[in-house]
Ligand binder design. Structure first.
Ligand code: NDP
Length: 263
């Protein structure tokens, strides 16, 4: 039996064990998926081999450690510097980023979208902005503080803080921050959101499993909304494809893995 796990700290909240175990069982794949609270990211590789794992997902705060631990990197993971999926093959660790393609697929239901406003500039915004840019979207980044914006500026994105924001019209407004995850805060001052939301075609939050103040506000403007559940599901399906070396198609995995969201 092959053994898989999710590494993170904290990791107790993660849905990944349920998603992957349901899929292994449903597809009769002889494997099991556990969770492991990794305190020291520098011990990622050592822990992986000590536990005899075949593959892992990596969540906060270890995606950069995972990137460093890999022997071989998929070109996109290499570009964004963050790995959330590792597979072992012949003693070598192969690293991938499935968050960004998962996100891309999740927003693909919104048609005729060209311009996107990201609220937030953290790790998730980094990989997802990169894939959207590669796909031809124009992404503007608005963040609370200026520090994280430097990298985006160098990559050619239009960037603002709340103080110097010069709003335009954006087809999608997306909360990429953790505002609303464990508190009742909005990702940007309400005066700013009251300008950009009414002009948007839809609003998305990467937080899942709850209605955040951001999504509540978007709904009050009668905008179509979407939370982060599909992003989570799709990154999981893409990781599962890597884990099982493409023995199953996306459409075979999806109806099984999505049952994890009903339990
Ligand atoms: P990071 O810690 O890397 O970045 C956090 C970002 O949020 C920063 O830009 C920070 O701004 C901003 N921020 C935090 N709190 C507030 C606030 N109260 N008001 C305004 N801005 C705030 O986080 P991640 O990129 O790793 O994660 C972001 C979100 O994405 C989380 O909520 C996480 O749960 C979610 N996520 C969802 C996934 C899914 O599958 N659905 C997958 C991965 C992540 P500053 O620079 O000023 O500090």
């Amino acid at each position: 039996m092959k053994l898989f796990a999710i590494f993170g700290n904290p990791v107790s909240h993660s849905k990944s064990p349920l998603m992957h175990n349901l899929s292994f069982k449903g597809l009769n794949y002889d494997a099991c998926y556990a969770r492991y609270r990794l305190k020291d990211g520098e011990k990622l590789k050592e822990t992986f081999f000590d536990l005899g794992l075949k593959g892992i997902n990596i969540t906060v705060p270890h995606k950069e450690h995972a990137y460093i631990a890999c022997d071989v990197l998929d070109p996109f993971a290499q570009k964004v510097g963050a790995v959330n999926t590792i597979v072992e093959k012949e003693g070598k660790l192969y690293g991938y980023n499935t968050d960004a393609p998962g996100f891309l697929k999740a927003i693909s239901e919104f048609k005729e979208v060209k311009t996107v406003l990201f609220l937030g500039a953290g790790g998730t915004a980094q990989s997802t902005s990169s894939i959207l840019h590669d796909e031809g979207y124009t992404v503007t980044i608005l963040n609370r503080s200026s520090g994280r914006l430097e990298r985006y500026k160098k990559e050619g994105f239009e960037t603002y803080t709340f103080e110097d924001f010069n709003p335009s019209v954006y087809d999608l407004v997306i909360n990429m921050t953790s505002a609303g995850l464990e508190d009742d805060s909005l990702p940007a001052p309400k005066e700013i959101l009251d300008i950009v939301i009414p002009k948007a075609k839809a609003c998305i939050d990467v937080i899942y499993g709850k209605e955040t103040p951001f999504l509540k506000l978007a709904k009050s403007y009668r905008k179509p909304t979407k939370d982060g559940s599909d992003m989570l599901l799709y990154q999981g399906i893409i990781a599962f494809e890597y884990f099982t070396e493409y023995q199953y198609t996306f459409d075979e995995i999806k109806p099984i893995m999505e049952k994890a969201f009903l339990l």
